[in-house]
Design a protein around this ligand. Structure first.
Ligand SMILES: [Zn+2]
Length: 123
């Protein structure tokens, strides 16, 4: 499972404002794809906590609030170590590379700025 953060219509309608127009066999480079951040659900929860929100599988926030939260987090110095993958029996639980949350926060800031006075949703 994964979660995608992108400009949304509002808290009651998480459909993206801009639809993907990329051909099936082409790189994801349309305006909708450039303003979408897709991460696995563990990283999505960690990202939401990282910027000071309660982790929820889906939700929405006013873009101006998200802009502020991302700017505050990016202004903090924090050495974010990597989390190694762990094998539990036959299941390997994926880790996270150092700095990934910071990079995702920067991308989320770009999405929030693009959403202007609208909303950013995730699901
Ligand atoms: Zn696209």
């Amino acid at each position: 499972m994964s979660a995608t953060f992108q400009p949304a219509r509002g808290p009651d309608d998480l459909r993206p404002i801009v639809r993907c127009t990329c051909p099936d066999d082409a790189p994801l480079t349309c305006p909708a794809c450039l303003l979408a951040l897709n991460v696995n659900e563990r990283d999505a929860a960690a990202l939401l906590e990282h910027i000071g929100l309660n982790p929820a599988p889906s939700g929405a926030i006013e873009a101006y609030r998200l802009t502020t939260l991302c700017k505050l987090r990016l202004a903090m110095y924090d050495a974010e170590g990597d989390i190694p993958a762990q094998a539990r029996g036959r299941v390997v639980v994926g880790g996270r590379a150092a700095g990934k949350l910071r990079a995702c926060t920067a991308q989320l800031l770009t999405i929030a700025r693009a959403a202007g006075d609208g909303w950013v949703g995730w699901s």
